[in-house]
Design a protein around this ligand. Structure first.
Ligand code: GDP
Ligand code: MG
Length: 163
């Protein structure tokens, strides 16, 4: 079977846009409305010739943190446990939020490999968010633009040791 990559993070950071870029089809619903991906979606991805299975998750929502085990939180945690590596996506334009920090706290306690993706980093608008993401304690973030396809080589390099 193919190695598995889970895409996780709070709603609206660009997880489904990243999923679509990796799978190369418009499989995941992308919307401005947070939490639009209600169920996890899977697809076969290829990145510079490297093949893997990718899983898009609904997004780890705020309310779920208070009402454990919320459905989306449970889904995120299950996806991470099952994956060979998880891509933790943040919105570098919005910067690191309290919810991102909450997710990071949980991720630091897991034994799964994590790659932090600072998405929406096209142009310079994401620079300070990329810098903030370094403080999450999960390794150097990859500046990325799922919408524009920037950062693909760095993502490849970050995934390769885990796949
Ligand atoms: P999800 O809730 O994490 O799955 O986020 P979506 O993939 O649905 O995207 C949420 C919003 O962010 C949409 O309006 C996307 O067009 C936008 N978005 C996604 N990736 C990027 C990016 O790289 N740059 C910018 N500027 N916007 C993006
Ligand atoms: Mg989504």
């Amino acid at each position: 079977p193919l190695p598995t990559v889970a895409i996780i993070g709070r709603p609206n950071v660009g997880k489904s846009t990243l999923f679509n870029r990796l799978v190369g089809k418009r499989l995941a619903l992308v919307d401005d409305q947070p939490g639009v991906t209600r169920d996890r979606r899977e697809g076969d991805a290829t990145l510079l010739g490297m093949d893997f299975r990718v899983i898009d998750t609904a997004g780890y929502e705020d309310e779920d943190v208070a009402t454990l085990p919320g459905r989306m939180r449970a889904q995120t945690e299950a996806a991470v446990q099952d994956a060979d590596v998880a891509l933790f996506v943040i919105d570098s334009r919005a910067g690191v939020t309290p919810l991102d920090e909450e997710i990071a706290r949980w991720l630091r306690s897991t034994d799964r490999p994590i790659v932090v993706m600072a998405n929406k980093a096209e142009g310079r608008a994401g620079d300070s968010g990329v810098y903030e993401a370094m403080a999450l304690g999960l390794g150097d973030p990859i500046p990325f633009s799922a919408e524009h396809g920037e950062g693909v080589v760095d993502l490849f390099e970050a995934l390769r040791p885990h796949l």
